[in-house]
Design a protein around this ligand. Structure first.
Ligand code: ARG
Length: 483
């Protein structure tokens, strides 16, 4: 039997006596909302996280109304005291959150009125929940972006430290996941450090783009009250006020940009997570996660599973989907506010929460994992990974055109393969000379993986000295940013 939707509860048809059980906006309604209406409409379980921002916004708004002569000094003082008490209640876990009051804005406003009476009812002069939520949410996202940036900076430091400690540990570099050329682990990790640097710049840019205060846009058209939007913007730490009331209440590109930026950053984290999954498999055997970052299997006692790395991959999907879901939510909304926009917060909170976990878990894994130097080196020698070095020698020492050198090297690789010799530097000189008589013993000796990485001294190349130089450069730049 398939489940049928439950019939609407009897209470959905309930008509209360006039004036009872009405919503805060219920002046013109004779009946209360249906129960399911309340469930789909309420956002308090999600947006209660905005309580600090909501109180800050109300404080700034009340102070400004006082300074402009719209509210009396006594009312402003009562509002501020009441809001402080509410903050303390929420902090202490004693605030009576109520689903009937829909969202954080109405919950706090109703409680304020309960505590201070009529002054509480005057707070909503010259504002609307539309500019209120836009302001609260911007404040929240701004703070969260700053925290995400700081977390990523921490991960960058971990990557650079671990890179420095392994600046000359040789491992295979891959293209197509086929052994391509030897690189160092330090170089590989510094690649991810560079990604975090750009991701941080994107997060900072997102902060500057959202740094305008929508408070004072009111419902959508502005307000006849003599408000001072510069003052509220300043009080809330914004660079200035937004310039169009309709844009202020109807736009969410600040959240879209934040989530898309997080999505890009998490794609990077996910790639490293995937490499950790591969490196820690017995088949690769390059690395071992510490006990703190491994999980066991309930049936196979030998297992050490990289669950955190796998979950980072999954969360990258989730964060990218949240970014996508938010854009799809907004894409067909006519100006200005529509209730669809209420769902922006669940997506955003979820994405930032997941991101925080990913960054912390990756930092934990990378800073405590150990690497198997011999195993990585051995893997780096597979697949004739230094063949390009031989081609380079032929060009440099014999003046061969590169295409021809490529061809000759191919023949030498084929020869080694036929002889069952795994590394080009182990090829007997006499055999190799049958293909190119001018080859020397030195040329073959230079085909070790150590010689190969040491030779790649070009800017941004994998030579250990180059990697160490980049580590130093990174540290100097960080010191400059901090100082
Ligand atoms: N809870 C609402 C939201 O998050 C607040 C704004 C409600 N505005 C309105 N016109 N109903 O979007």
């Amino acid at each position: 039997m398939t489940d049928k939707p439950a019939p609407p509860p009897a209470s959905e048809q309930h008509t209360p006596p006039a004036g009872q059980g009405q919503a805060m906006w219920g002046g013109r309604f004779a009946a209360t909302p249906a129960q399911t209406m309340q469930l789909i409409n309420a956002s308090i379980d999600v947006d209660r996280r905005l309580w600090r921002e909501d109180i800050a916004g109300s404080r700034a708004h009340a102070a400004m109304l006082g300074a402009q002569g719209v509210l009396s000094a006594q009312d402003v003082a009562a509002i501020h005291t009441g809001l402080d008490a509410i903050a303390a209640e929420i902090e202490a876990g004693t605030f009576p959150f109520s689903i009937e009051l829909e969202d954080i804005h109405l919950n706090i406003e109703a409680r304020l009125t309960e505590r201070i009476g009529d002054a509480g009812k005057r707070l909503h002069t010259a504002r609307s929940r539309n500019d209120q939520v836009a302001t609260d949410f911007r404040l929240w996202v701004k703070q969260a972006l700053g925290e995400a940036e700081a977390a990523l900076a921490g991960l960058g430091t971990v990557l650079v430290d671990v890179a420095e400690a392994h600046a000359d540990w040789i491992m295979p570099g891959f293209t197509h996941l086929q052994t391509a050329q030897p690189v160092t682990l330090g170089h590989h990790l510094m690649a991810y450090a560079q990604m975090t640097r750009r991701d941080r710049a994107r997060l900072r840019a997102a902060i500057t783009h959202l740094d305008e205060c929508p408070l004072g846009a009111a419902a959508l058209a502005g307000t006849p009250w003599p408000i001072d939007r510069e003052a509220t913007a300043r009080a809330l730490g914004f660079a200035g006020p937004t310039r169009n009331s309709m844009d202020s209440v109807g736009s969410r590109d600040f959240a879209m940009e934040a989530l898309n930026t997080l999505a890009i950053a998490t794609v990077h984290l996910s790639r490293l997570a995937e490499e950790i999954v591969m490196w820690t498999s017995p088949q690769f055997g390059f690395a071992r996660l510490s006990d703190a970052w491994s999980t066991g299997s309930s049936i196979m006692p030998q297992k050490r599973n990289p669950d955190a790395a796998e979950l980072i991959r999954a969360k990258a999907a989730r964060i990218a989907s949240s970014a996508q879901a938010l854009m799809m939510t907004v894409k067909a909304l006519p100006l200005t506010y529509a209730k669809d926009l209420q769902d922006d917060k669940a997506l955003t909170f979820d994405a930032f929460d997941a991101f925080g976990l990913c960054v912390a878990a990756l930092g934990g894994m990378v800073s405590t994992m150990s690497f198997d130097r011999a195993r990585m080196r051995a893997a780096a020698t597979l697949g004739y990974s230094t063949a390009t070095d031989l081609a380079d020698w032929l060009v440099r020492e014999l003046g061969m055109p590169f295409r021809e050198a490529h061809h000759v090297t191919g023949a030498i690789v084929k020869l080694a393969e036929g002889l069952g010799i795994a590394e080009l530097c182990d090829l007997p000189l006499a055999q190799a000379q049958q293909i190119e008589p001018r080859l020397t013993a030195d040329a073959l000796a230079a085909l070790s993986v150590e010689a190969s990485v040491a030779a790649r001294t070009s800017l941004g190349g994998t030579a250990p000295d180059q990697v160490r130089a980049e580590v130093q450069r990174w540290r100097t730049q960080q010191a400059q940013v901090a100082g």
